[in-house]
Ligand binder design. Structure first.
Ligand code: R1E
Ligand code: ZN
Length: 375
């Protein structure tokens, strides 16, 4: 357990219509109001944005990827330059993942041994080994506020025996991560695996809770399964996790997915969607998504979202379309900024609805509004 200073997490309000709750997550670099969304800063940057712009969206915590920083510039370099907060000029909370997901999605020729994962770097093909101990060492060198255990991620759909084998290995690796973890100013979260098999998921929860982590992530979802399948697993897993610890749903998701998961008791999210879609000219708005290269925007003087207070919405749709058509770097920057502001505003509205005890009504309203779009 870390000794950051008092309890890691307090639930301050539970909705009266759903399992949604508002909480305070305490870290060495400040507090996070939950439910919270983490923009993804893969290579120690939220692509194209400066720290004060990210702060201006209301973001209180960001994610950086261990796999990428392990390969470049290497954690020892980041540590020599003062650690990840100083390195990238972000002095609020940072969560680092363990690299488990990228080792299986990005690396080449990954081989799994009990000792750890051995793979060839997608950058230069050099051989790299990532063991539970190294995953912890890397995150301690980076100095993130929340570190994740190394888990064995398998592609879904898959044979139950394959999923079970990976889940059991992930539990053994979680124990090794816990033993290797020394930094007292850094929380350590376990990760629940088990595919779409409720009994495997629950067995994993039971064993992780027995080991005792500062928080619990639900991994291996939003990997191509239908949303209804993800929600079905969340119905089982989220409420089974300790109420007094943060629950983090990794890699999720669309705006509606965040709300559906919040209704099931999830507190923390990360997803590349707002920034990746932003770089590809797709803007989230209250009325649904906008494709900013579409000709219909050419002479449209309105902002992307008239209800949005962000800097990007001080420009016209016509200007933003021009930037993309001219392949100007400001286009992806503005729509990335707007999309993060959209997600953070949605979570502010969610927290307010929970405080008012009417999150169920809020969710119903969004289901109806967005059912006609792809939000
Ligand atoms: O990309 C910028 C914004 C951040 F907050 F992620 C830190 C980095 O310098
Ligand atoms: Zn905006």
């Amino acid at each position: 357990m870390s000794t950051v200073g008092g309890e890691i997490f307090s639930v301050v309000r539970t909705d009266s219509q759903t399992l949604a709750r508002c909480g305070i997550l305490r870290t060495a670099h400040g507090i996070v109001h939950t439910p919270a969304f983490m923009p993804v800063g893969t290579q120690a940057t939220i692509k194209g944005l400066l720290p004060h712009l990210v702060e201006g969206t209301g973001t209180e915590i960001i994610l950086s990827n261990t796999y990428h920083l392990l390969l470049r510039p290497k954690p020892e370099t980041v540590a020599a330059l003062g650690g990840l907060h100083r390195f990238m000029g972000w002095h609020k909370p940072i969560l680092t993942d363990s690299g488990g997901f990228q080792v299986f999605s990005l690396a080449q020729l990954t081989r799994i041994e009990e000792r750890g994962a051995v793979f060839r770097s997608h950058l230069d093909g050099s051989l790299v080994e990532l063991t539970p101990e190294r995953a912890i060492e890397v995150q301690e060198l980076l100095g993130s506020d929340i570190a994740m255990v190394l888990d064995h991620v398998v592609a879904l759909p898959n044979e139950r025996s394959v999923i079970e084998d990976a889940m059991e290995r992930s539990l053994r690796w979680a124990e090794r991560c816990q033993k290797a973890h020394q930094r007292k100013d850094q929380w350590l979260f376990g990760i629940v695996q088990g595919g779409l098999e409720p009994d495997l998921r629950l067995r994993c929860v039971e064993e992780l809770v027995q080991m005792g982590f500062d928080g619990y992530a639900i991994g291996g979802l939003s990997v191509g399964e239908p949303p209804a399948e993800m929600y079905r697993i969340l119905d089982v897993v989220a409420p089974s996790l300790p109420a007094e610890r943060p629950r983090y749903l990794m890699g999720v998701g669309r705006p509606i997915d965040l709300l559906e998961a919040i209704a099931r008791g999830v507190d923390l999210f990360d997803c590349v969607m707002p920034t990746r879609n932003g770089r590809n000219a797709m803007a989230f708005t209250e009325a649904g998504p906008l494709r900013m290269r579409n000709a219909c925007h050419e002479r449209d003087p309105r902002p992307m979202d008239p209800t949005c207070p962000c800097l990007a919405c001080t420009f016209s749709r016509g200007y933003i379309r021009h930037l993309f058509m001219a392949r100007e770097m400001l286009g992806p920057i503005l729509v990335s900024l707007h999309n993060i502001a959209f997600y953070q505003r949605l979570l502010r509205q969610a927290r307010a609805a929970i405080e008012a005890g009417s999150f169920g009504d809020f969710l119903e309203e969004k289901r109806a509004t967005w059912s006609r779009t792809t939000m």
